[in-house]
Ligand binder design. Structure first.
Ligand code: G1P
Length: 291
């Protein structure tokens, strides 16, 4: 049996314009909007780091430089915190700072689709399997989704996609997979379709935005073939890759908040805040008063 090569690198596509959140996203990238007191992108990087990822690759675009600053040291702030004796805050900031050389940033120069964004990271990923995390989708669960996926990968190798049930009337907004056993925690993918037309979805399991992919995906993405919405779709290259490599679906049983939508973003804020010991009880009481 071949031993699966470890997953060391994760790609975060963060080039999207965030038009659904204008005017909030006019000068601030949507990934920097906060869920409680952490930017959305920080939550997703936390998930990757908890799963053992060592190198964080961001595919950015114009007006996204603040994401790079967020994952760098902030000398004036650190010095001021030290001078004021705010050791706890300083230690917290420093503990989250990626080590030198653990981050990479590249730019997607034109909005040609998710597949194209991932392809932009090809040289930084190199010839090894990697994780892909879509920052819009926050996965809330006692055990982080990417940790479950890396465990599944260690057992089965190949490619992995996190999936979860979605109501029929929303299936056309996502990538949908067919699987050998829809109830199993891990099953084989039998087919995939990006944004199926109403009534044509092979199952009710949607691709939730967490992937482990083999590097051969880049050769397929390089073809630049356009799919749903006229964009270069990652799903279309996965369909091609599945002809030669196994794909597994890892069923995610937690709650997913689509922070690309206003309701998803607001719900994430409420849920993450309610789960916190320091502010949860007060918020709960406050919400009861509001409703
Ligand atoms: C992308 C993927 C899709 C997946 C979705 C999850 O679509 O192409 O397969 O289900 O993310 O959010 P997008 O949201 O970019 O339209």
């Amino acid at each position: 049996m071949t031993i699966a090569r470890p997953i060391r690198k994760a790609v975060f596509p963060v080039a999207g314009l965030g038009t659904r959140f204008l005017p909030a996203t006019k000068a601030v990238p949507k990934e920097m909007l906060t869920v409680v007191d952490r930017p959305v992108i920080q939550h997703v990087v936390d998930e990757a780091r908890a799963a053992g990822i060592e190198h964080f690759i961001f595919v950015t675009g114009r007006n996204k430089a603040v994401i790079e600053d967020h994952f760098d040291s902030q000398f004036e702030l650190e010095r001021t915190l030290a001078e004021r004796g705010k050791q706890k805050e300083l230690a917290h900031l420093m503990s989250e700072l990626p080590a030198a050389g653990q981050t990479s940033f590249t730019r997607q120069q034109a909005p040609l689709g998710l597949g194209h964004a991932v392809w932009c990271a090809r040289d930084i990923v190199g010839n090894e399997p990697f994780a892909l995390l879509l920052p819009d989708m926050l996965h809330h669960a006692p055990k982080p989704c990417m940790t479950e996926m890396i465990e599944a990968y260690a057992e089965h190798g190949g490619n992995h996609i996190a999936v979860a049930p979605v109501p029929d009337d929303q299936a056309h907004q996502y990538g949908i997979v067919g699987v050998t056993d829809a109830q199993a925690k891990i099953s084989r993918v039998t087919g995939m379709v990006e944004k199926p037309k109403p009534g044509t979805a092979p199952s009710n399991l949607h691709i939730t935005g967490r992937y482990i992919l083999q590097p051969e995906i880049f050769e397929l993405l390089a073809r630049g073939q356009r799919g749903a919405g006229g964009e270069i779709q990652i799903t279309d290259s996965m369909i091609e890759l599945q002809k030669t490599q196994p794909f597994h679906a890892v069923r995610f049983d937690g709650t997913i908040y689509d922070c690309g939508s206003k309701i998803g973003f607001l719900m994430a804020n409420v849920a993450y805040a309610l789960a916190r010991d320091d502010i949860g009880p007060e918020l709960r009481a406050g919400l009861k008063g509001l409703i």
